[in-house]
Design a protein around this ligand. Structure first.
Ligand code: SAM
Length: 236
């Protein structure tokens, strides 16, 4: 936890918070912080700053906070991701949030197993938990919005042009042109573990998406997300 994320309910005064539970335990057991120490803090959806610990016990952590800096600029990438298998779902959500991606679209594909859509990991509470973990990691306070689309063709035909308007459109697919840094906004698509089928690639192509290679090696989906974000933004 590189940033302690605060919620409005944590405030006991305008500039003082009291924390219990997971965040208290982390600060106490991992940071091993004590009264007088300072922590990086941020209010969910708002500014980042410093928390000065006034007291910490097994029950409660009290900090005086100053929140004067804006969170980092979002990464200008809309990410469309074929629904990953439950085992990697949580890691992907946290990775997306820590990278600064703010719009995530989880879509169906031929090689996505139907059972993935029934995973309890899709519950709002779990999704929020993983996104918060990613923000804590990346020192950001703005939660990504996660959208789901069970019907790929309908999503592509009805929603995609609006989502991708004024952005460069790319689909990561082995064998495409090498991916290049991009100074503007991008809508990027990453496929399922088994890859997209040709009909799906053709569907995206009809909407102006260009296939791009992430190199000679086939990457796992979670690695592909980080690689793609890094490659697209190397000029930042
Ligand atoms: N066997 C699949 C194939 O050949 O398409 C591999 C799928 S890969 C594990 C999952 C997704 O990550 C792919 O659909 C693609 O979007 C992306 N990906 C992984 N490695 C890639 C690479 N070297 N170039 C382009 N995309 C890649």
């Amino acid at each position: 936890m590189n940033l302690v994320i605060l919620e409005p309910a944590d405030f006991v005064e305008a500039d003082r918070v009291a924390l219990r539970g997971r965040r208290l335990e982390h600060v106490r057991d991992v940071h091993r912080a004590s009264a007088g120490d300072s922590l990086r803090v941020g209010i969910e959806g708002g500014n980042i700053g410093t928390g000065s610990i006034e007291s910490i016990s097994g029950e409660e952590l009290v900090m005086r906070v100053e929140l004067h800096r804006r969170p980092p600029a979002p990464l200008p990438i809309n990410l469309i991701l074929a629904m990953p298998r439950p085992k990697v779902f949580n890691r992907l959500l946290a990775a997306v949030a820590s990278l600064g991606i703010k719009q995530l679209y989880l879509v169906n594909a031929w090689r996505v197993e139907k059972s993935y859509w029934k995973s309890p990991r899709l519950d709002q509470a779990n999704v929020r938990r993983q996104l918060i973990a990613g923000l804590e990691q990346g020192c950001d306070t703005i939660l990504p919005t996660v959208h789901t689309a069970r019907f790929l063709k309908q999503f592509v035909d009805e929603d995609l042009d609006r989502i991708a308007s004024d952005t460069t459109r790319i689909i990561a697919h082995p064998g495409g042109a090498a991916i290049q840094p991009n100074s503007g906004a991008v809508t990027a698509v990453i496929g399922p573990e088994g890859g997209f089928i040709e009909e799906e690639i053709a569907l995206f192509r009809r909407h102006g998406f260009q296939t791009m290679s992430l190199g000679a090696r086939i990457l796992r989906v979670e690695t592909a997300v980080g690689f793609l974000a890094g490659r697209l933004t190397t000029s930042m």
